[in-house]
Design a protein around this ligand. Structure first.
Ligand code: NTF
Length: 836
């Protein structure tokens, strides 16, 4: 049924159509209305939380008006759309972003002042939307911001987890996980109870031959779970485009509970069904770069893929175009292998439901999907057991086998002499039990595969996907180096720096074209500019120092060199290398005379990051950092020369405060392990320098900023294999400084040594897989260079300003344009301000 208002009544409708607030007074009217009516509070009963809620609701209304307009105009234009499938979107807070992207923050600040509130206090009331683990989820969030800003017709699809990534508390030096129930009050989402999809699990496949002699497969007798859509508006910066992030929530298909069961006395069973269904979207898996093969995780993946594809296909079918047009209307990007089931799911829809022939359907599938790989770490590559898929998704397993059969026949025909290749490239690993290799399925079902930085994109072609390069040719594989949105990571996180830049570049255009930053190079020698730049860095350090005092009770001197490593805790990221370096520094300081100690460059070593709850080694490193912090900070000999801080519960909103405050940040993964890294880009853009290995995007950052403006150290990725080999044959010498650090730990200087023995032994006895010992000396030497370089503040300042000016390449806008051109073949659709 057409639900449109008839032409005759549209005039009245238009007259009362919702309007965005445009002035401070209109804003205040909206805020007060929401506080008094939506929230049922009054001016006698309005705290900062209520002021936040009122402000957020006023902005939500505004965004939804723009969202409606965008969707309507995009529907009319019917362009090719992009669908970004990501199990994680690490969005952080939405209010500040909404105010800045709509250009209404100043008006709102003034308005709030009239009502008796300060903007910072109101903003800080919001809790983070933390539906992600780390870099992969934050990248997806930056991409949404760029897609909207660049006016691409794009949707994100994910799950509406009731619990995001856990909150980290540090108790007695240990990480403790607290559930993150974030939906108590979430003004940014719109439940769409009318947009639902029934998703099937389990059951069986019945085959029969129809009248025309065609084989038909019917997947039936399964268990149905309903997906309900929740939409979050994504405003672009300085544009009317407001895109959509659609999150699926699971519920029992029969509503509240099963009435037949209820009426026959099985009340508990009926509620249990409901809870089982709701469990699917209950919680984000808290593992970063690690796969664990749990059935519930597979259920999440299929539930989300099936609901999203149904929605995408439903939208396509409205246009009544022929199926062969599907890839001209739809581009689906797979963010890592998590959504790979979308490939057999689309094939199933096309052949089982829409009646297409296999080959025609498969060609549509391949043209539709693109796959982004984010890691070469073996423990992160997804594999699902064949029996599990058989049980949960019997029809999909058949389709996967058929995809594999066709693929292997193709390989056999084209590479008849390479018999070994067949077992190597098969989607099915012949293990006990058999496993489905999701990355191979993703490669085979997509038309493009990309890595996320140059080195990483080269590595996937020579390691995990080597055979596939031979089979498909090199053009199927490409690189799109990651980027970050300058709106959140400069304008929002560092408003004073953004303003200073705008004052020199003639406005805020650089936020939409970050390459304009290069014009800052002509201010490198400008005294006034330098002074302001330096003052801003200092103010950001003061702000962080104040936070450290409040949160940790540690006093740090803002004039010290701030050395920061914040990211998920992982052995490959080598926080252990950093803390061992800190212990070495402490020992050196203890060796010195008090006079000599006064001459050293004071330093604050700051750490932050969560460990996956089951990752024991990563938790041990957190514990060691906290123990070292206790010992060093309370040592009277040391004073300001060295302070060690572990910041609890690192998340997006803390990153916004921490990132602008670094002098040096650490990106020190074993070469070849960090696919890209994105915080490296954020720190440099905010006027900090990097100590890093030749890994991931560090290499391209070096190319852009120049070798003089970055501190690189350590072995290269091409040497890693050999070095590991030497360790394996016991053919290596433990670095003597590291040996001394280990002795100190073993003597109990940082508490019970037994706690740290596995960590030390992983290096001393168990092959030092991450080559901590091999890189230790060059790490320490480079830290020495940094101490020296920092003493010359004028030169340091020149380096930081020059680096900021050269960071234009790392905007996520550049990435999105590359994806749009090389992979998606989509064009922007400009949304008009007035209703069309
Ligand atoms: C991460 N991958 C990489 O480890 C980071 O280097 C990279 O910056 C981000 O992706 C974004 O591309 C993963 O989290 C995963 F899951 F693939 F291991």
């Amino acid at each position: 049924i057409e639900a449109s208002i008839p032409e005759g009544q549209r005039a009245a409708w238009r007259k009362y159509s919702a309007q965005e607030f445009k002035t401070k007074d209109e804003f205040d009217a909206e805020v007060v209305k929401h506080i008094e009516t939506t929230l049922a509070r009054s001016l006698f009963n309005c705290d900062e939380a209520a002021a936040y809620a009122g402000t957020a609701l006023a902005f939500r209304d505004r965004l939804i008006i723009e969202w409606n307009r965008t969707q309507q105009q995009q529907t009319n234009a019917d362009p090719k759309r992009v669908y970004y499938l990501s199990l994680e979107f690490l969005m952080g807070r939405a209010l500040d972003n909404a105010m800045l992207n709509t250009g209404m923050k100043d008006i709102a600040s003034e308005g709030l002042k009239d009502l008796g509130f300060r903007m910072e206090d109101v903003i800080s009331q919001e809790r983070d939307a933390a539906l992600g683990n780390g870099g992969l989820g934050r990248l997806a969030a930056c991409f949404l911001d760029s897609l909207a800003t660049l006016n691409y017709p794009a949707w994100g699809y994910a799950l509406r987890y009731r619990y995001g990534i856990f909150k980290q508390e540090i108790i007695d030096g240990y990480q403790v996980e607290i559930p993150d129930y974030w939906l108590d009050f979430n003004p940014w989402e719109f439940p769409r109870h009318d947009v639902t999809v029934d998703v099937q699990f389990y059951g069986n496949v019945r085959k029969y031959t129809d009248d025309s002699g065609k084989q038909i497969s019917v997947w039936e007798n399964g268990e149905i779970v309903t997906a309900v859509a929740y939409d979050a508006p994504i405003p672009g910066y300085g544009t009317k485009t407001t895109n959509n992030l659609r999150l699926w929530s699971s519920k029992a298909s029969h509503g509240e509970f099963d009435f037949t069961k209820f009426n026959s006395g099985e009340y508990e069973a009926s509620v249990a069904d409901q809870q089982r269904a709701e469990t699917i979207s209950a919680v984000l898996y808290p593992n970063d770069s690690l796969e664990r093969g749990k059935e519930l995780r597979l259920k999440q993946q299929y539930f989300w893929c099936a609901a999203s594809l149904f929605d995408i296909v439903r939208r396509f079918k409205k246009s009544k175009k022929a199926w062969k047009e599907f890839p001209n209307q739809v581009a689906i990007q797979l963010n890592d292998t998590h959504p790979t089931l979308a490939i057999p799911e689309l094939q199933r829809i096309l052949i089982d439901q829409e009646g297409l022939e296999w080959d025609e359907a498969w060609s549509i599938v391949q043209k539709t999907f693109g796959y982004t790989n984010h890691t070469v770490l073996p423990e992160a590559l997804e594999k699902w057991s064949v029996p599990l898929i058989q049980h949960l998704l019997p029809r999909h397993l058949q389709i996967i086998y058929d995809i594999n059969l066709n693929f292997l026949q193709y390989v056999e025909r084209n590479f008849p002499k390479e018999r070994d290749m067949l077992s190597r490239v098969s989607i099915i690993e012949e293990s006990q039990p058999k496993m489905v290799r999701m990355a191979y399925l993703a490669v085979i079902g997509s038309h493009k595969v990309n890595g996320v930085a140059e080195l990483h994109s080269d590595l996937i072609k020579t390691t995990i996907f080597k055979d596939f390069v031979k089979i498909y040719g090199p053009d199927k594989f490409t690189n799109v180096t990651n980027g970050i949105t300058p709106r959140r990571w400069l304008h929002q996180a560092n408003p004073r720096l953004s303003e200073l830049i705008a004052s020199k570049l003639g406005g805020y255009d650089f936020l939409r074209d970050l390459t304009q930053l290069h014009k800052l190079e002509s201010y490198v020698d400008d005294k006034e500019f330098r002074k302001e730049f330096q003052e801003i860095k200092y103010a950001n350090k003061v702000r962080l120092a104040k936070y450290i005092k409040e949160a940790n009770g540690i006093s740090v001197n803002p004039s010290s060199l701030f050395d920061i490593q914040v990211k998920r805790m992982h052995e490959y990221k080598r926080q252990q290398l950093n803390i061992f370096g800190v212990i070495h520094r402490y020992l050196e300081l203890k060796d010195m005379s008090p006079e000599d100690r006064k001459k050293v460059q004071p330093r604050v070593s700051i750490f932050g990051g969560k460990a996956a709850p089951g990752y024991w080694m990563a938790k041990t490193v957190i514990h060691l950092i906290n123990q070292v912090s206790k010992v060093v900070n309370s040592d009277k000999d040391i004073g300001d020369a060295l302070k060690v801080v572990f910041l609890e519960d690192y998340n997006v909103s803390k990153a916004e405060m921490i990132t602008p405050a670094s002098d040096i940040s650490e990106h020190i993964s074993t070469a070849g392990t960090e696919a890209s890294g994105t915080s490296n880009m954020k720190f440099v853009l905010n006027g900090g320098l990097i100590i890093g290995t030749c890994d991931g995007a560090n290499i391209e950052i070096t190319r852009e900023v120049g070798e003089d403006n970055i501190f690189l150290f350590g072995n290269l990725s091409e040497d890693v294999e050999d070095l590991r080999h030497h360790h394996f044959y016991g053919d290596f010498q433990l670095d003597p400084s590291l040996d001394r650090v280990f002795k100190t730990i073993r003597e109990g200087a940082f508490g019970d040594a037994g706690q740290f023995s596995a960590l030390v032994n992983s290096i001393v006895d168990h092959g030092d897989y991450y080559l901590v010992s091999d890189d230790f000396k060059s790490y320490l030497d480079t830290q020495k260079l940094i101490d020296e370089a920092y003493k010359n503040q004028e030169e340091w300042l020149t380096k930081t300003i020059t680096s900021v000016a050269r960071m234009g390449f790392f905007s996520s806008d550049r990435c999105i344009d590359e994806y749009a051109e090389m992979i998606w073949n989509v064009e922007p659709v400009k949304v008009q301000g007035q209703e069309s």
